[in-house]
Write a protein of this length. Structure first.
Length: 356
């Protein structure tokens, strides 16, 4: 027997499919058949017999209790293979409680239709082409993504994205990210389930770094911490010269956001100067830039994060200047309005996207 949740998913899928088809013009549903749940071989859970504009209409549906891209890809291929070998002329459709944008793209790549219980759909037959996107995600999916992008997990993601072509053993990744082996295993499982990573003989390897970065940017929350607003009279070349001393400061300090992007991938200057720092670095930076407190009119914004992962993977950008990594800089720029998003797109093109 299939697991109980698969049976429940098939029952709910049949109801969702019936409601969806009932709203299509010129479609007449004659019969919706649920296959014997003990039959594991076909890959067909629901068959629909009907007519469209007085012509026969046949749908073959594979229902999955999880819509993770890896599972969806396997289902789509199995379904198409079965229909081809059995010489069945039917429209292949994959259904699941929720299909993420990545899972929907998988269906398009595999040339199958899809429908989830939220109403996201792509159905194409005869002269009909219907594609529908419904905003939002199920709460369970939102919880998983929030967990994946928590500060400790983010340490792992930064390491992976910094070297997207590298395979990592669990222990070495845990040591590099300064997290537990158990957390690396959990994050690796979440990435594989979403089709963003593979487990190779050499270790965990990102298979879709761009998709991971897109999802992280969509769900990104800036590091929690205390913000300090300062003012400095330094600007232009005098400020640039002074920033050469960042590497030698006591504590940890890194240029952030627009200020980091200015050295990583110059796009547009910003009047403010942004930094991350720990407590010791804050005091050193105040002294280096000769800042004064400025509740209003500040041009130096320093965040002391509660979790220092954003500082641990900071990089040298030449002549003693330290900046947040390209990944962290990209995420922070995304939060900077239209101007920040333009700078983020430029940085991503220059430093993060893989060459074709």
């Amino acid at each position: 027997m299939k697991p109980h949740n698969i049976v429940n998913a098939a029952r709910e899928a049949a109801r969702s499919l019936e409601l969806f088809l009932a709203n299509l013009p010129n479609v007449e549903i004659e019969e919706i058949l649920r296959d014997d749940p003990s039959n594991r071989d076909k890959g067909i859970d629901i068959r629909v017999e009907g007519r469209f504009a007085d012509r026969p209409l046949h749908l073959a549906v594979d229902v999955k209790s999880s819509g993770q891209p890896r599972i969806v890809r396997d289902a789509a291929r199995q379904l198409r293979t079965y229909l081809q070998h059995a010489h069945i002329d039917a429209i292949p459709i994959v259904m699941a409680p929720y299909l993420s944008p990545q899972a929907r793209d998988v269906c398009k790549d595999e040339r199958v239709g899809y429908l989830d219980f939220m109403g996201n759909a792509l159905i194409a037959f005869d002269t009909v082409y219907i594609e529908r996107e419904v905003p939002g995600r199920p709460e369970a999916e939102r919880r998983v993504l929030r967990s994946l992008y928590q500060p400790k997990s983010a340490r792992i993601l930064r390491r992976l994205l910094a070297e997207p072509d590298r395979s990592w053993r669990t222990v070495e990744l845990a040591e590099a990210a300064q997290v537990s082996v158990g957390l690396v295993s959990n994050v690796g499982s979440a990435l594989r389930e979403r089709g963003w990573a593979d487990q190779t003989d050499a270790g965990l390897l990102l298979s879709a770094p761009g998709d991971l970065l897109d999802s992280w940017a969509e769900n990104y929350r800036p590091p929690q911490g205390e913000e300090f607003r300062r003012y400095t009279t330094l600007h232009g070349s005098s400020l640039a010269d002074r920033l050469r001393g960042l590497e030698a400061l006591d504590g940890k300090v890194a240029l952030a956001s627009f200020s980091a992007a200015e050295w990583l991938s110059p796009f547009a200057r910003h009047p403010n100067n942004y930094f991350y720092a720990d407590e010791a670095g804050l005091a050193s930076l105040d002294q280096l830039l000769a800042t004064t407190q400025a509740p209003q009119g500040a041009n130096v914004i320093i965040v002391v994060p509660e979790e220092e992962g954003v500082l641990d993977d900071a990089i040298l950008v030449g002549e003693g200047r330290i900046a947040t990594s390209p990944v962290q800089t990209y995420l922070d720029l995304i939060q900077g309005g239209d101007r920040g998003q333009e700078a983020a797109a430029y940085l991503r093109q220059k430093l993060l996207d893989r060459a074709p």
